[in-house]
Design a protein around this ligand. Structure first.
Ligand code: GSH
Length: 204
């Protein structure tokens, strides 16, 4: 059975949600980031930087949420959560997956650096302002795209929509989604899917 190493409302929600969308059986292994369990020598054999998510499936140990997402979608190809390779739909899936990670996730993570993650002397209000401007520009691209269709690739919901929705929930929690009507409707539609793990977003 697939083992998912996860922690509460972190990027591991992407994989928890996806496994539920796929109807896959899995065992959840909690790695308490607040207690520093990610840095145990045992866990660092699974993820060398001590991060979640990671999975184990038989002999395979895999980290990086996008890689895990595509591995799982391809392993359960019949569920239709990833398009056929070398098709227009698949090319666009890959495009939006990269966009999610490099233009939205990476900017959010870097912005958090300047808000609280970096030591106080390394934080820069100017760098933060640039990152937030770039983030809003990226969100505006997504907003425009969602005017044309219900999901980010087409009318079909794919693994990339799980990745993007969780990332947009993070952006929204940081106050970046105000005024983006299509993004807010997209989030609302997707968090109302039966497989969405609401429990991670309650009482927060
Ligand atoms: N690019 C990685 C990022 C993973 C990541 O940074 N995870 C965070 C939680 S959202 C983490 O485990 N941080 C460990 C820590 O803060 O020590 C992915 O998408 O899987």
């Amino acid at each position: 059975m697939i083992k998912l190493f996860e922690y509460s409302k972190s990027r591991s929600v992407r994989i928890h949600w996806l496994l539920k969308e796929l109807g896959a059986e899995f065992e959840s292994v909690s790695i308490d980031l607040r207690k520093g369990e990610q840095f145990s020598p045992e866990y660092k054999k699974i993820h060398p930087l001590g991060k979640v998510p990671a999975i184990q499936d038989g002999d395979l140990t895999l980290f990086e949420s996008a890689a895990i997402c595509n591995y799982l979608c391809e392993s359960y190809f019949e569920k239709g959560l990833i398009p056929d390779p070398a098709t227009t739909e698949r090319a666009l899936y890959d495009q939006w997956l990269s966009f999610t990670l490099t233009e939205v996730d990476a900017k959010l993570w870097a912005a958090e650096g300047h808000l609280w993650r970096y030591p106080a002397e390394s934080r820069s209000p100017l760098s933060l302002a640039v990152l937030e401007k770039e983030l809003v520009e990226a969100l505006a691209v997504i907003e425009k795209e969602l005017l044309k269709k219900n999901c980010i690739v087409s009318s079909r919901f794919y693994g990339v929509d799980v990745m993007l929705t969780q990332t947009l929930l993070w952006a929204k929690a940081r106050g970046h989604c105000e005024g983006f009507t299509n993004i807010n409707s997209y989030i609302e539609r997707n968090v109302n899917r039966p497989a969405f793990p609401k429990e991670f977003y309650e009482n927060q």
